[in-house]
Design a protein around this ligand. Structure first.
Ligand SMILES: Cc1ncc(COP(=O)(O)O)c(C=O)c1O
Length: 450
């Protein structure tokens, strides 16, 4: 089964009943349940790029479930690895008596990540990896300050949240926020006062790039700054791709001011953008790299990987790790990650993401040509793509409209962007189907508004 099949209205009766029950038992701020009852659907199973809900409807997942299912949902190799490991050792003692798999995975990560990045602190989710990176920078540089970017997203635990550039996540917790982060504009002309006049230009020019980095340089002049934390492409911020040369210049600025460069590759890493890591495109080696999401093939595991001198700044454990957790280096997580990485490597998924991404992007550009009034911009690289719509209302209404047509999509940025980050194994026929559905959804919406 490679294309969606509809068995009931969407959401169907089983999903609606589950939503009613969830309303009674889960904190109401967690799962969005629309007052109209048209969102969400409850997932029952998934395979490859397809998901089946509680009513038996199937959907094409254009999100890889937050960018995680790069090797496809329930990838057979990952499933077999988890099944085999679960017979042997589910839980170990991460920082006391670890499993042999923690050793193998740490070694594998050192082999795969750029340059001399090679000393890992494992975590369970992206936020964990960012926390470890922020602490590492403090230990190595002796400075608490971090420069990060507006509209950037690094997770919602307090350290990661302080670095995240979105006030909507922070304001409710004012008074609790650690004060170490300074936020500067990212290479997004829409939100940059220096190049606002170019806001609708789909291609940013070199002068714009320099303008954006002026803000970084200004912040680096502060004496308390030890590191710059950045996403090579902003994901949740709206699939914002910096112009060519931006990463290189950012690396140069960090070197010039003697601060660390921390790449948050939690979304962009493991092939998504067409390279193993998005930093590889400009051959830059960050001092610290945060990875997660796709790495575990669906199992929650992340890593903060650092250069040797930064690892040394932590000192050798004398029996009590400074940064650890009960489930650090979970044997199941390590087994899943080793299988997922092997699957990506054997199938050269970065190359596949590049080729399929070019195809998808070309189709999205054709779609834009058919709906120029609705689609303002096609953005992204590899299989990290986005469409920017003329309004937030239109983009958000498409999320539910496309769900009814069998497509799982997510909004991004200020809400006027739909992001497409499907499993890297998506087929061109599935992309054709998705774009046809978007085409007819847009035609229907535009004709009803006419
Ligand atoms: C770039 C980036 N960093 C960090 C995170 C946080 O990861 P998690 O939600 O696993 O904590 C995300 C999540 O979307 C992300 O996209």
């Amino acid at each position: 089964m490679r294309l969606p099949v509809k068995r009931t209205e969407i959401p169907g009766p089983a999903s609606r009943a589950l939503a009613d029950t969830l309303r009674k038992y889960e904190n109401p701020n967690i799962t969005y349940i629309s007052p109209e009852g048209d969102f969400p659907v409850f997932w029952e199973s998934a395979s490859g790029c397809m998901v089946i809900d509680a009513d038996g409807n199937s959907f094409l997942d254009l999100t890889a479930a937050f960018g995680v299912a790069a090797v496809g949902h329930t990838n057979p190799r990952v499933v077999a690895a988890i099944a085999a490991q679960s017979q042997k050792l589910i839980h170990g003692m991460g920082d006391v008596h670890p499993s042999s798999l923690k050793v193998k995975l740490a070694q594998r990560i050192a082999e795969m990540t750029p340059g001399d990045l090679g000393f890992t602190i494992f975590g369970l989710n992206g936020g964990d990896a960012v926390e470890a990176a922020i602490k590492s920078a403090r230990l190595y540089t002796g400075k608490p300050g971090i420069v990060s970017f507006r509209t950037g997203y690094h997770g919602l635990t307090f350290g990661a949240l302080a670095a995240t550039g979105r006030s909507d996540f922070k304001e409710p917790f004012s008074g609790q926020m650690p004060p170490f982060a300074v936020h500067v504009p990212y290479a997004e002309p829409r939100f940059c006062s220096l190049c606002a006049e170019e806001s609708d230009s789909p291609r940013r020019n070199a002068s714009c790039m320099v303008a954006c980095l002026q803000f970084v340089e200004e912040a680096l002049k502060r004496s308390d700054i030890g590191a710059v934390l950045f996403e090579p492409i902003q994901g949740r911020g709206g699939i914002v791709v910096p112009p060519d040369g931006w990463l290189t210049r950012l690396r140069q600025l960090c070197d010039a001011y003697g601060v660390l460069l921390i790449a948050d590759e939690i979304f962009t890493g493991w092939g998504r953008t067409g390279d193993w890591f998005a930093c590889n495109r400009e051959n830059i080696v960050p001092d610290i790299m945060c990875i997660g999401k796709a790495m575990g093939g669906g199992f929650p595991i992340s890593a903060c990987v650092m250069r040797p001198a930064i690892a040394d700044a932590w000192g050798v454990s004398t029996g009590e790790a400074l940064h650890t957790s009960t489930f650090l280096g979970s044997p199941l997580g390590c087994a899943a990650a080793l299988a997922a990485i092997a699957e990506m490597e054997d199938n050269d998924l970065p190359t596949r993401a590049r080729i399929t991404g070019d195809y998808f992007k070309a189709k999205l550009l054709e779609l834009q040509a058919r709906h120029p009034e609705a689609i303002i911009e096609v953005r992204g690289r590899g299989l990290m793509l986005g469409l920017r719509f003329a309004s937030r209302t239109l983009a958000l209404s498409l999320v539910t409209d496309l769900l009814k047509r069998g497509l799982i999509v997510l909004p991004a940025g200020p809400g006027d962007i739909l992001e497409f980050t499907p499993p890297l194994i998506i087929e061109t026929a599935q992309i054709d189907f998705a774009v046809q559905q978007m085409d007819s959804a847009l035609s229907a919406t535009c004709s009803s508004q006419a």
